[in-house]
Each structure stands twice: as C-alpha cells, then as structure tokens.
Design a protein around this ligand. Sequence first.
Ligand code: GAR
Length: 195
Amino acid sequence: MKRLCILISGSGSNLQALIDAIHAGDIAAEIVLVVSNRQTAYGLERAKQAGIPTLCFPFKKSQDRQQYDADLAERIRGNQVDLIVLAGWMHILSPAFLDAFPQRVINLHPALPGMFSGTHAIERAYQAYQEGAIIESGCMVHYAIPEVDMGAVITQATVPILPTDTLDEFETRMHQTEHQILVAAVKQLTEIGLS
Ligand code: GAR
C-alpha cells in the first residue's frame, strides 16, 4: 500500500476527491499525512473528518525560506511517504524541499502547460478568453520542480470556456476536471510509477 502525503492551503476539494477515490477502492493507497501552511484551511477539517493525521505548518515572514522548506521536508520524511501531492498548496518549494524527494512530488495546476503559472490561474484564463486571447483552458498534474507550476506533465485535460460562462460556471467545470485528473494521476503513479 503506497503512502501519500497531501499538501494543501485552502478548501481541499482535491484532497476530498482523493479521499473519496481511496474509500471507493479506486486508488490502492493510504493518505498518511495532510499538511497545510494555513491554519484556517478547510482541507484540514476534511482530513480530520476522514481520520487522517494533519500537520499545520505556517511559514512566518521572518523565517528563512530554505530553512522552512528543509524543516518541512524533515517533518514529512519521518512518515516514509511514497508520493507527495501538492493539491492547492500555495507556497513555492525550493530544492531544499524538492531534493529530499526526487521524482516524488507532483503538483496540480488549473491551467495547461506553460499557461497562467502562479496564483489566480482560473480568473486569468477567464479574462484572457474574454479578451479573445485563448479559446479554451485546462488543467494538469506534473512533477514539481523549483520553477512554479512547471515540470514534466503526468496528465492534462482541456476545459472549455463557453461564451455564456460566468466565472463561477467556468471555475466549477475546472474543479470537476481537476478532481478527475488528480485521481487519475495518483492512481497511475501508485500502480505503475513508484518503486
Ligand atoms: C485548485 O484549483 C488547484 O489547481 C489550485 O488551487 C486550487 C485548490 O483547490 N492550485 C494552484 O493554483 C497552484 N498554482 P482545493 O483547495 O479546493 O483543492
């Protein structure tokens, strides 16, 4: 049974999709730890309701980033995890973290490869569509590297934007697709991709 650690910063709807897929028997894995860098993240509640151990690990502005990343890696390392999933984790991880888990950290991003890296990707894609700069958007799961929202793609899907869409409608469609591709990527990696 593969051991997963999920890093979140917010609502945790993608964490919930993984919890549900594991409960349904679609993914043969166990979430051994959920980490949030924000105390108020609702995803922490979701984890507690599912009986999953949580760690709240906020970054303080006075802190050294490399040290924070190294400390976080240390806290996770003790749990002997096979795969770390960044599911709405809004803190850029440096090599001080990533080098501790080579090829073991994957990230979900609500845009297609090379598009709208960073925060507010969904809003920016919606705006770009209104301006005629894009005709569709998408989401992807990729290996995490120090460059934010970049790295080898594991799975991706296009998400249409309809002329009648409100931002909310587009966002809902995006999240539904994200839940599907994240579950698919984790399933794929736990079945064939991890030794
Ligand atoms: C998701 O849309 C995820 O792709 C995005 O944060 C949201 C988290 O939602 N991540 C990024 O933008 C990373 N650059 P959730 O907390 O409901 O899972």
